[in-house]
Design a protein around this ligand. Structure first.
Ligand SMILES: Cc1cc2nc3c(=O)[nH]c(=O)nc-3n(C[C@H](O)[C@H](O)[C@H](O)COP(=O)(O)OP(=O)(O)OC[C@H]3O[C@@H](n4cnc5c(N)ncnc54)[C@H](O)[C@@H]3O)c2cc1C
Length: 506
């Protein structure tokens, strides 16, 4: 293969996973990350004696990570420990009731029946329905670059396409969840899964009900030492495979030679490459890194970004046994919350509050008499009208007041604090309008509209990460890296069957 060169833009998990695979396949790989460390939205911060994951906090589909390690002829368990989370999450409803959720089916059914006696059976039916969507869609939507139609049209894919009506694409998440459960609290709980890829449960197609199956059927995990340990492990693996990682280097342009990429420009210098794997947000890449092609730029800018968020990192004195590792304190009107976020693009008056506390399981993450709270609230993507300085003050007061009502009076116990707004996400990770999951899935056709892993305007240009197929979240962006690497190697004439595992089909 003569060591064909690949320039990789960004050290997010999508690009990093792709880089590891390409190096394994014999490409000469250079990865450029504008920040001082890699990982992108999977990030960590230490404030005094408190340590925080500042992005992802729950891991699903860990088999995707295992498969990457085995592709690189390594054993994941030599690098990382996955810890099943049970309860997966403690939910607090507006009427003061609570529920602990679990991937243990019997436990979960019992917890649901305690909350709403008639809904225990409904849970089993719902889980079967979600599993059916998973079995029909996983291969075609998660493990296949669906935009590669010629390669896609294998008989078994055609069969899936003919059965598409069975994946419930015509109802919304909320409409379908409401058909199963009678208790509005459970409807709110299962509606929430649309937010896992940054979407609105009142608009997103019910196909997204695959997500509760991924969590309850396949399990929710923590990584010992913090989710950022995944980045450390992948960085080690990348070095072992020969990936050259350059941090604090911003790619300024993707260089073009006619219809083909010829490298990237950084620090004013051209770095020649045969292929470019772009892990930066696809919309930002077309706005800032790729000259020309105005129609493509316009089209991409019309896609609706996903949810953004506001994050408070709080190092807090005291122990709070009322809270579990993962907690959700629901708003009293979920419909209003999402109308404000997606229709009016405003900060919701009463946001749902998510709190993750890794010191519950990793005592080194906080002093002996303290806890490290990662508090995340759903927010709209950035517009000109929002005034984040004011909103931060209002939302902070709202959260503290709401916590006080739950007998969590922490206002005078916060020893360390750091705050992130959608503006910070846009600046830190160059994410389009501060979105944290790329493109929203608020329409029936999103799975097909999501930008592909291979550029249609420039030969040799490929994309990975949350803004392209198959979407946001740790496992999916890692699969996007797999698809991009596989497409590059196919373009380079490598025999795919010899180099990919069973899950990615091209
Ligand atoms: C608050 C929050 C909570 C989340 N919770 C979860 C969760 O619990 N579970 C889960 O699975 N997922 C979660 N996610 C989503 C998940 O973290 C992301 O989908 C995933 O990490 C994104 O990976 P990516 O490959 O798209 O790259 P990104 O993380 O977007 O990284 C892109 C990288 O490219 C770099 N870059 C951009 N432009 C350039 C350039 N021109 N030159 C050089 N470098 C550049 C950026 O600096 C960045 O490091 C969460 C995200 C956030 C922010």
């Amino acid at each position: 293969m003569e060591n064909k060169r690949v320039a990789v833009i960004g050290g997010g998990l999508g690009a990093l996973s792709g880089a590891i695979r390409l190096a394994r396949m014999g490409f000469s790989v250079h990865l450029f990350e504008k920040n001082s460390k890699i990982g992108g939205k999977v990030n960590e911060v230490v404030l005094g004696a408190y340590r925080f994951d500042t992005g992802a906090s729950l891991l699903t589909m860990p088999s995707v990570i295992d498969e990457l390690f085995s592709f690189a002829n390594a054993n994941r368990s030599d690098y990382l420990d996955f810890v099943p989370v049970d309860p997966i999450c403690r939910y607090f409803f507006a009427d003061d009731s609570t529920i602990d959720t679990s991937a243990d089916k019997a436990k979960m059914k019992a917890a649901i029946s305690r909350l709403s006696p008639t809904d225990g059976e409904a849970y089993e039916c719902f889980l079967n329905y979600a599993e059916r969507i998973h079995s029909l869609t996983a291969e075609i939507f998660m493990f296949t670059p669906i935009h590669e139609f010629q390669k896609l049209m294998k008989l078994r894919h055609m069969q899936t396409l003919f059965r598409l009506h069975q994946i419930d694409p015509f109802r919304t998440v909320h409409q379908s969840v409401s058909r199963f459960f009678s208790d509005p609290r459970l409807i709110q709980l299962f509606d929430r899964y649309a937010t896992y890829n940054g979407s609105d449960p009142f608009q997103a197609p019910a196909t997204l009900n695959i997500i509760p199956y991924v969590e309850y059927g396949l399990g929710g995990y923590y990584i010992k030492g913090g989710i950022y340990r995944l980045v450390d492990a992948l960085e080690t693996l990348a070095h072992e495979q020969g990936v050259h990682i350059h941090t604090s280097v911003k790619v300024e342009k993707i260089c073009q030679d006619g219809k083909r990429v010829s490298g990237v420009r950084a620090n004013g210098q051209k770095i020649p490459a045969d292929y470019v794997l772009c892990g930066a947000d696809v919309v930002i890449a077309h706005n800032e890194l790729i000259d020309g092609h105005p129609n493509q730029r316009k089209r991409l800018n019309q896609l609706e970004p996903s949810l953004s968020g506001m994050v408070f990192l709080w190092g807090i004195r005291g122990k709070y046994p009322q809270l579990a590792h993962h907690n959700i304190i629901f708003s009293s009107d979920y419909g209003a919350e999402f109308r404000q976020i997606f229709k009016h693009l405003q900060v919701p008056a009463e946001p749902t509050i998510y709190i993750a506390i890794t010191s519950k399981v990793d005592s080194a993450h906080a002093p002996a008499c303290g806890e490290n709270w990662f508090v995340l609230l759903n927010m709209p993507y950035l517009t000109q009208e929002q005034m984040w300085d004011k909103e931060v003050v209002r939302v902070r007061n709202f959260v503290l007041k709401k916590l006080k009502q739950l007998n969590l009076d922490i206002e005078n116990r916060i020893e360390m604090e750091q705050i992130y707004t959608p503006q910070d996400f846009a600046e830190l990770y160059a994410s389009n309008q501060g979105s944290i999951y790329g493109i929203s899935s608020n329409s029936k056709t999103t799975a097909f509209k999501r930008p592909p892993n291979r550029s249609r305007i420039l030969d040799g240009l490929y994309f990975a990460g949350g803004s392209v197929h198959p979407g946001g979240g740790i496992p999916l962006v890692m699969l996007s890296g797999k698809m991009a690497a596989t497409l590059i190697s196919a373009d380079n004439g490598l025999k795919i069957d010899n180099i990919v595992g069973p899950q990615v089909q091209v």
